[in-house]
Design a protein around this ligand. Structure first.
Ligand SMILES: Nc1ncnc2c1ncn2[C@@H]1O[C@H](COP(=O)(O)OP(=O)(O)OP(=O)(O)O)[C@@H](O)[C@H]1O
Ligand SMILES: [Mg+2]
Length: 479
């Protein structure tokens, strides 16, 4: 390594060391600033009081300064006018009685607290009632008022000068200043005391809210904030918070219900499976009939369980917003024909009708829409007696594709209608269970419709039939 290389590596090392030091310094400064901020965490009460007291003090200062300024100006004007009047009177007297002017100048000077000085036209002082050299005074009026008049007596010119120190006015101004200072200080003190008390009182609900919220846990979701009788924004905040808690509590309870219903639903097929396994264990090895029956039952029950688990997974994904839609353009008529064809293959006991006079192109998730229509068709098959009619048709209404699934089945009682879209809800429990229903189909159907921004409605009459109406919005109806 030559000399140059040694120097350059040393410089590089020093530079990187310096950089690290600067970084460390910045980090340290940031930490200290954070600590200071934490240490001086001023309350809202303090901040409000200080800000208002400051604004109030500023206003008082402006008002007081204006009062002092205007008073000072008028006092000076008044003193000037008085002095002018005095000078005019004195000049007149001097012109009339020049011989004895000194005596009455002294008299007036004493009476009016004025200094008179008489000088000739060459500015030589002839007479003065006091020390007429001008001195600056301490107070509001530093300079005295000086006015002069030229008098001509026997062709001789004299200058009469009057000097007035504004001592009385100064005293008045000092008294006014001290009075204003005391009054302002008292006003600011009162603002500080009452301001802090009032703002603390006004913000007390926040303290209460914080205390209450601190104690809310998942086991105490029924706690609510005290809304109080006032009508201010804090009441709005408390009400909004309570409404949010209502929603959280409702969804938490819904989740709990979902978990317990799901476990309950899963227990039944597992018990059935266990029962058949025991049966097989005992007699299945010898009895061929028992063996076949058990295998068949195990197959069907595990199929049911798979179906249930798939539905549960679908809803869980939907709740977590993980159920994604694959949007494509597809022919709704084609999808409906396909579905009915499949249904006819599986079920020969019902009469199926599919009315697709006009075909419409829909933009959505084809798989989900097929699942939705299959759920409705399955229900119709399940709840319609043999040789009943099941029909599906579509039309267009106000930029919506309207699909109707209708059957001549057992119908749904009026009081059951508002609940059929709830999870695990079965209108006719015994009947539904015998047909293997878990009450999840319609909640999945509702999710699919809503995720396509559509609406699902049901119209039903007991022992006459049921009609599900789905309205799916389309930007432009194109067929
Ligand atoms: N077409 C229909 N006719 C009569 N009742 C119906 C019809 N469709 C739904 N229902 C009633 O609404 C309830 C809820 O339907 P849903 O599809 O959600 O559940 P399910 O069919 O019982 O079970 P799953 O669909 O999960 O297998 C049903 O149990 C049934 O009582
Ligand atoms: Mg169903």
């Amino acid at each position: 390594m030559n000399k140059f290389q040694v120097v350059s590596t040393t410089i590089k090392r020093l530079f990187s060391l310096l950089l690290q030091l600067i970084k460390l310094l910045f980090k340290g400064a940031g930490y200290i600033i954070k600590r200071i901020k934490k240490l001086f965490r001023f309350s809202i009460t303090f901040k409000i009081t200080v800000v208002y007291a400051f604004i109030f003090s500023l206003l008082l200062f402006i008002i007081s300064a204006s009062v002092l300024g205007v008073s000072g100006y008028f006092l000076k004007q008044q003193a000037e006018r008085n002095l002018k009047r005095n000078l005019i009177q004195t000049t007149e007297m001097m012109t009339e009685e020049f011989q004895s002017y000194e005596n009455y100048l002294k008299e007036i000077a004493e009476k009016e607290d004025v200094i008179f000085a008489v000088s000739d036209n060459r500015r030589r002082l002839l007479f003065s009632t006091g020390d007429n050299t001008i001195t600056e005074t301490i107070g509001f009026f530093h300079q005295p008022i000086i006015i002069q008049e030229t008098i001509t007596i026997e062709e001789q010119q004299y200058i009469l000068q009057a000097t007035k120190y504004l001592r009385t006015e100064d005293t008045y101004m000092t008294v006014l200043f001290i009075t204003l200072l005391i009054l302002n200080s008292i006003a600011i003190l009162i603002t500080l005391i009452f301001g802090s008390k009032t703002s603390r009182k006004m913000l007390r609900p926040i303290e209460k809210m914080t205390k209450t919220v601190k104690h809310i846990s998942i086991h105490q979701l029924n706690t609510r904030l005290d809304v109080g009788s006032s009508q201010d924004e804090l009441k709005d905040l408390a009400e909004t918070f309570n409404a949010m808690l209502d929603r959280i509590e409702a969804s938490y309870q819904q989740q709990n219900q979902f978990v317990s219903d799901a476990s309950h639903e899963l227990r039944t097929p597992i018990s059935v499976l266990q029962g058949y396994a025991n049966l097989l264990d005992r007699w299945g090895k010898e009895d061929k009939e028992v063996l076949e029956e058990s295998i068949e039952a195990i197959k069907s029950e595990s199929e049911n369980m798979k179906d249930l688990i798939e539905k549960l997974l679908f809803l869980a994904r939907a709740d977590k917003n993980l159920q994604k839609l694959e949007l494509t353009e597809f022919s709704m008529g084609e999808l409906m024909n396909e579905l009915v064809k499949e249904a006819k293959l599986i079920d020969k006991t019902h009469e199926f009708g599919c009315d697709v006079k006009e075909d419409y192109i829909f933009y959505g998730d084809r798989k989900s829409i097929k699942q939705l229509l299959r759920i409705l068709l399955d229900n119709s098959v399940k709840f319609t007696p043999e040789s009943g009619k099941i029909s599906i048709h579509q039309r267009v209404w106000k930029n919506h594709i309207v699909i109707e699934v209708e059957d001549t089945g057992i119908g749904i009682a009026k009081e059951e209608l508002p609940h059929i879209f709830e999870r695990f809800y079965c209108a006719d429990k015994s009947r539904t269970k015998s047909q293997g229903g878990q009450g999840l189909g319609l909640s999945i159907a509702k999710w699919i419709v809503e995720s396509h921004h559509g609406k699902i409605e049901v119209r039903s009459t007991l022992r006459v039939g049921t009609k599900f109406v789905i309205m799916l919005p389309v930007k432009k109806v194109n067929n």
